[in-house]
Design a protein around this ligand. Sequence first.
Ligand SMILES: Nc1ncnc2c1ncn2[C@@H]1O[C@H](COP(=O)(O)OP(=O)(O)OP(=O)(O)O)[C@@H](O)[C@H]1O
Length: 269
Amino acid sequence: MTTATAPEPTVYHLRRSAEGSALDIRDFNLWYGKSQALHDINMEIQKGSVTALIGPSGCGKSTLLRCLNRMNDLIDDLRIDGQIQVGDFDIYGPGVDVIALRKRMGMVFQKPNPFAMSIYDNVVYPLRVDGVTKRSVLDETCERALRSAALWDEVKDRLKESALGMSGGQQQRLCIARGIASDPEVLLMDEPCSALDPIATLKIEELIHQLRGHYTIVIVTHNMQQAARVSDNTGFMYLGRLIEYGDTNTIFTNPKKKQTEDYVSGRFG
Ligand SMILES: Nc1ncnc2c1ncn2[C@@H]1O[C@H](COP(=O)(O)OP(=O)(O)OP(=O)(O)O)[C@@H](O)[C@H]1O
């Protein structure tokens, strides 16, 4: 007869920044119906840092990312317990304004999803939804967001043209510009380069470097080289658990857990 053994606790080796935490995930569990997809996640994400979530397909990376701005709310039969704090506020606490929360947490998806409207209108969309109509505010925001997304020089002369005429890489940078137009604290990126060619991918990675510090970035990626290149800290997930979490260099060069080592050295996944 075999006896079930308790899972080993997560190994942490995180350098603390002076900035403190932007996100604090505490004892977080999630079930889709009867199936538990996240188990006892504890993770503190430092302000202004880039944090990569890595792990084999189905380990729960996107599920965890989507919990950070409550994108999973509309899924039937979803149950969570535990806490996620953004600053000092519990995002699953009673009476939370989810729309206001999402303004603090910009999101960029796998496939660029520009709206069928002009480049300008795409960028200022979040402000218009908020009721901003003053032209000077919209113009300034558009330029600031496009500059931050390293796209201004490429599109400044065709702001009124359709966003659908841009290349895939430009569209993804446009989505990042739209994501930061309302100046969120956190930018969530779910495999933002998986639909892009290597050159467009490089531009997004450079952009992540530039945005680092100003925004707290959490990125899900299948690409371990990318995680190693862009992130300060990395969380390795497996079967819904956070196995090891710490500074990226340690995770990739000196992980404490065998599962992490096997994954980062390409032995499975
Ligand atoms: N809407 C859903 N309903 C039921 N189960 C789901 C749902 N979304 C995800 N799951 C399950 O939860 C688990 C984690 O999925 P998730 O998409 O978070 O993993 P992932 O690590 O992001 O995978 P991938 O790298 O393939 O995108 C999987 O077993 C998946 O089948």
